[in-house]
Write a protein that binds this ligand. Structure first.
Ligand SMILES: Cc1cc2nc3c(=O)[nH]c(=O)nc-3n(C[C@H](O)[C@H](O)[C@H](O)COP(=O)(O)O)c2cc1C
Ligand code: SF4
Length: 472
């Protein structure tokens, strides 16, 4: 007979611990989390204006109030100029602004949840390369580049879809950039953030260092042949964070890349990603988030439908014109987006197998996200693929989603209302904020709300607390 938290082993007759459920606590470095569900980083588009902190609280607190263990704020930019991948991103270079974020961290902590800040610089993916209006308004801002841009990007520049004016970083400038990540981390820790998440797999500068598609450097920041990835920049960022922010839990997404078009490369394979995770944990990252991406900023990280409604919505037309320079060019980009949707259709839990490979190799918690959509799937992923499970878009559609997913007596069949249509994602190019934009989905969430599905009188019940147990 087995006790709670144990399962019989039919082969040996001995007992072994049952896999954890999403309701059970877990540690990342010295940080204890109440459960294993996290809100993946999603752009809030809150900017840095007078209402920025209130907007962030409005966006993130409901998940904490609904019981989520760990909130990952969307990417924030470590410098005061350039580097934003999308309109409305929040910058964290200004100590006075970051100090105000203590209201946000207090709001999350009031619900016994924990929050990570995500630090980023867009590099070649920045608005100064792709956003026509931003480029016009900021003609002197060049893109920080790891190496000269690869041929496919130069071709897009010649065709007028990008406006490249790269500044290839010297070795000293790479060191200065890593130091800026460290300074931003220190400010964030002072403001009460519980963890620092370096944006490593959203095609920003960290991925550009990791990826042989972008990184052809011959200094110490080049691709390490033993790993197959350029991990030295992230290693230096880890050092800079440790030197300035102490032993705050540190995590990063790590990409495995697909070529955007056949024959375009080189790119990071699953094997490279596994080795990169191993190296990054060895140099001090406390957790990793392995994700499948591509070498280009496309739909690979948000697999799903072609967002027909968002492209057709007349309210966003001016925003598309401003972003892409003209409506015909916006239409051409929409066609490309439509073609991508055939390559990057939705797949449930599309990073699970990669996470499992990483988990078998590294001695640190592995976080899994990407297409996880129902309670049973979360517990199933925790049975071997990952130590924490996260969701992104479903939190736009249901900010209080954890109230429906957590709890020992939750029906395993409970699933999210998000339909992976990506209307939320493409609207952000037009400067729109990060919310669900599909009326039928919002109506379903509204009906659930009306019937009390998000009410939560007390904290979600935990089946057991395995704090003293290794996370594996
Ligand atoms: C609109 C939007 C914005 C996102 N912003 C970020 C971000 O700032 N940083 C990041 O690492 N990932 C970002 N992601 C990726 C998500 O964290 C997540 O990996 C992805 O949405 C897949 O998970 P899902 O299928 O549960 O949505 C974003 C995704 C979307 C749709
Ligand atoms: S618009 Fe709504 S339903 Fe569509 S992907 Fe975004 S959150 Fe999900």
């Amino acid at each position: 007979m087995t006790s709670a938290g144990e399962a019989g082993d039919p082969d040996s007759g001995a007992t072994r611990p049952a896999p954890p459920t999403v309701d059970e606590s877990v540690r990342i470095g010295g940080l204890r989390l109440n459960n294993r569900l996290y809100r993946a980083p999603l752009l809030e588009c809150a900017g840095n204006g007078d209402d920025a902190v209130d907007r962030l609280i409005a966006e993130l607190e409901p998940a904490a109030a609904a019981g989520v263990g760990f909130v990952h704020q969307g990417a924030t930019i470590v410098r005061g100029e350039g580097g934003c991948a999308a309109p409305g991103m929040t910058r964290v270079h200004d100590p006075a602004f970051v100090a105000e974020l203590e209201r946000l961290t207090d709001a999350i902590h009031a619900h016994d949840s924990r929050i990570a800040i995500q630090l980023e610089h867009g590099g070649l993916r920045s608005m100064e390369a792709w956003h026509a209006g931003y480029r016009r308004a900021n003609p002197g801002v060049n893109q920080l580049a790891v190496s000269e841009p690869p041929c496919p990007l130069r071709a897009l520049d010649r065709l007028g879809f990008l406006d490249l004016s790269p500044h290839v970083l010297t070795t000293a400038e790479v060191e200065a950039l890593a130091a800026d990540f460290g300074r931003a981390a220190a400010r964030a820790v002072d403001a009460g953030y519980d963890a620092v998440h370096v944006a490593g797999a959203n095609m920003g500068i960290a991925q550009q260092f990791l990826s042989p598609f972008y990184n052809r450097r011959d200094d110490r920041f080049g691709v390490d042949p033993a790993v197959g990835a350029g991990t030295a920049f992230l290693e230096l960022v880890a050092e800079a964070v440790r030197a300035r922010a102490g032993d705050v839990p540190l995590l990063t997404k790590v990409p495995s890349e697909r070529p955007t078009l056949p024959g375009i490369g080189p790119h990071l394979s699953d094997d490279d990603a596994v080795r990169a995770c191993d190296r990054l944990v060895a140099v001090g990252f406390d957790a990793v988030v392995p994700v499948r991406t591509s070498v280009f900023w496309d739909m690979s990280v948000v697999r799903g439908e072609f967002p027909t409604a968002a492209w057709r919505d007349s309210r966003f037309r001016d925003g598309y014109r401003e972003a892409f320079g003209s409506l015909p060019r916006a239409a051409a980009i929409a066609v490309g987006n439509w073609a991508e949707s055939f390559v990057y259709g939705f797949e449930p839990g599309w990073n699970r197998d990669l996470c499992r490979r990483v988990r078998e190799r590294v001695d640190a918690p592995v976080l899994c996200e990407g297409g996880l959509r129902e309670r049973a799937q979360l517990d199933d992923a925790l049975a071997g693929d990952a130590d924490l499970v996260g969701m992104g878009r479903p939190f736009y559609a249901e900010p209080e989603l954890p109230a429906r997913l957590l709890g020992a007596d939750t029906d395993p069949g409970v699933d999210v209302v998000c339909e992976n249509c990506n209307n939320c994602a493409v609207a952000q190019a037009a400067g729109e904020s990060g919310i669900c934009r599909t009326p039928s989905v919002l109506a379903r969430a509204g009906r659930l709300r009306k019937h009390g599905a998000y009410d939560r009188s007390s904290g979600p019940e935990r089946t057991s607390d395995r704090d003293d147990r290794n996370y594996k």
